[in-house]
Ligand binder design. Structure first.
Ligand code: AP5
Length: 226
């Protein structure tokens, strides 16, 4: 399957993407994580992107689209992929249409996560990522690591993103409203979008997402229950 996950910052895209991709045996591709890897490695791309990421703005389209073009060309995406955080504006959506057309493939579904902004601010303020693997996401209140200061899965150090300060989060929300919301309309016109509430327990949101793409529910261990 080829799926897009759209939603405001802090909606839980990363949290759900990891679980959905594992359940469906497809690649989870997050442009935010790809940029953070480049930033940590100090590559030219990372240095360029960091200016935008730190300010809560979108990185330039030509850079972002090229990163995705190269990632989707890798053989591990043949079975499918889940894009988390791309496309984020209409130019990126049109570029993705072109990339998919060139490879004679198409999207199966677009999941649009909905959440009130007050909840977003609470979720982001408490978010911690694992330094060793950014797919390991925690929250100081809603999903704290069992041992303080260590990732449950690999023991890495949980840290706070430098774009998770409240003023930057407000800017990211503004960018989402003005630039990313129209992307939902772009895919709605093709009948691909299902909007689901991102409120409730992680498992409840996962169950809604799986139902939306026509898959059975999974229990907390990831085993299918349908
Ligand atoms: P990116 O990394 O994509 O950030 P984002 O879209 O702002 O989304 P977040 O990662 O903040 O939130 P999320 O929805 O993944 O929530 P999460 O699961 O972590 O982008 C960062 C930056 O990179 C952008 O600002 C931009 O500069 C650049 N960039 C990225 N893509 C780009 C593109 N295409 N073009 C240009 N620039 C781009 O959850 C949040 C917290 O809530 C966690 O602590 C989690 O534990 C908790 N939580 C999750 N679900 C629940 C639940 N059900 N109940 C309680 N808590 C929950």
């Amino acid at each position: 399957m080829r799926i897009l996950l759209i939603g405001p910052p802090g909606a839980g895209k990363g949290t759900q993407a990891v679980r959905l991709a594992t359940h469906l045996s497809i690649q989870h591709i997050s442009t935010g994580n790809l940029f953070r890897e480049h930033i940590d490695q100090g590559t030219d791309l990372g240095q360029n992107a960091h200016t935008y990421v730190r300010a809560g703005l979108l990185a330039p389209d030509e850079v972002t689209i090229e990163v995705i073009r190269q990632r989707l060309a890798r053989p591990d995406t043949v079975r499918g992929f889940l894009l988390d955080g791309f496309p984020r504006n209409l130019a990126q959506a049109e570029a993705l249409d072109g990339i998919l057309a060139d490879s004679k493939s198409r999207l199966d579904a677009v999941l649009n996560l909905e959440i009130p902004e007050a909840q977003v601010v609470r979720r982001i303020a408490g978010r911690r990522l694992c330094r060793q693997d950014r797919e390991h996401i925690f929250h100081v209140h809603y999903n704290p690591p069992e041992v303080d200061g260590a990732c449950d899965i690999c023991g890495g150090e949980p840290y706070q993103r430098d774009d998770d300060r409240e003023t930057t989060v407000r800017k990211r929300l503004e960018v989402h409203r003005s630039e990313t919301a129209p992307v939902v309309d772009h895919y709605q016109a093709r009948g691909l979008v299902t909007t689901i509430s991102a409120l409730g327990q992680v498992q409840e949101v996962l169950d809604r997402a799986l139902a939306a793409i026509g898959h059975g529910q999974v229990d907390a261990s990831g085993a299918s229950s349908c």
